[in-house]
Design a protein around this ligand. Structure first.
Ligand SMILES: NC(=O)c1ccc[n+]([C@@H]2O[C@H](COP(=O)([O-])OP(=O)(O)OC[C@H]3O[C@@H](n4cnc5c(N)ncnc54)[C@H](OP(=O)(O)O)[C@@H]3O)[C@@H](O)[C@H]2O)c1
Length: 250
């Protein structure tokens, strides 16, 4: 059901080719936003953007957020196509290593920090600069994780980057206010390819569910309502905050 809560806004969603990012892009088009879907693989993005274009306006543009030159080319392509950006959803992330921190190799460390932290900031930096240059209000939404709020055994580097994203959210909300708002969402266990190492492991999944009031793994659509709220003017007095959506795990 479309209610037009994002009518007139242009939104960029990174990591939109599947999982939570795809669900966010779908919900944003339904709410009337023009949406740029970004990820590394254009062949995965294009069919989704084409389908969404039947209901509104959507474009697929490839971008590896961990590569600064890619981010700059992406910025140019987005502004050439749409002329403006009002909402950024920093959703893309990576987690290349699953294991104890004592065995973590620098290669995995670098990739995790380059994409999850540097990439998130690189995207935020150009969008915020664009908004400041335009004198326009904007909303930046960072998809962090509950693993940024608690110990993250076997996912230590990932957890550190997600904790740092929450720090970035708070600092930028203070520095970019009043017109640019920056908030975060910390999902719990959500049923996506990203989390398959956890959801397909009976022992880990049941251990998490035993601590989760909702007693189920979340679905990507469980996250989209909060994103629409944070992207829309309904959340105009909210910035620097983290919404935890974890079925009661924490
Ligand atoms: N699933 C969970 O349980 C869970 C829990 C808490 C937080 N989160 C967070 O939610 C967000 C989305 O995760 P998800 O579960 O939906 O994962 P997913 O289904 O695996 O999707 C990840 C998306 O990110 C893109 N991506 C990966 N590396 C990229 C890069 N370097 N540059 C640009 N795009 C890149 C992927 O597309 P390409 O391969 O085409 O690049 C894909 O579209 C992440 O920030 C994750 O940390 C997930």
């Amino acid at each position: 059901m479309e209610t037009g809560r994002l009518s007139g806004k242009v939104a960029v969603v990174t990591g939109a080719s599947r999982g939570i990012g795809e669900a966010i892009a779908r919900a944003m088009v339904t709410e009337g936003a023009k949406v740029v879907l970004a990820s590394r693989k254009i062949e995965a993005l294009t069919p989704i953007a084409e389908e969404l274009s039947e209901h509104g306006e959507a474009a697929a543009i490839a971008c590896h957020i961990g590569k600064p030159e890619d981010v700059m080319a992406f910025r140019d392509a987005v502004l050439e196509r749409f002329g403006q950006v009002d909402v950024l959803v920093n959703n893309a992330a990576t987690n290349p290593y699953f294991g104890p921190m004592m065995n973590l190799e620098w290669r995995a460390w670098d990739k995790t920090f380059d994409v999850n932290l540097k990439g998130t900031f690189a995207m935020t930096h150009w969008v915020a600069k664009h908004l400041i240059d335009r004198g326009a209000p904007g909303s930046i939404i960072n998809i962090s994780s509950v693993l940024g709020l608690m110990a993250a055994p076997l996912q230590g580097a990932y957890g550190m980057t997600k904790a740092a994203v929450l720090s970035m959210t708070k600092t930028l909300s203070a520095e970019l206010g009043p017109s640019i708002r920056v908030n975060a969402i910390a999902p719990g266990l959500i049923d996506t390819k990203f989390a398959s190492a956890l959801t397909s492991n009976d022992e880990i999944r049941e251990m998490i569910l035993s601590q989760t009031a909702a007693k189920r793994v979340g679905q990507p659509e469980d996250i989209t309502g909060a994103v629409i709220y944070l992207a829309s003017d309904e959340s105009r007095y909210m910035t620097g905050q983290t919404m935890i959506i974890d079925g009661g795990w924490l």
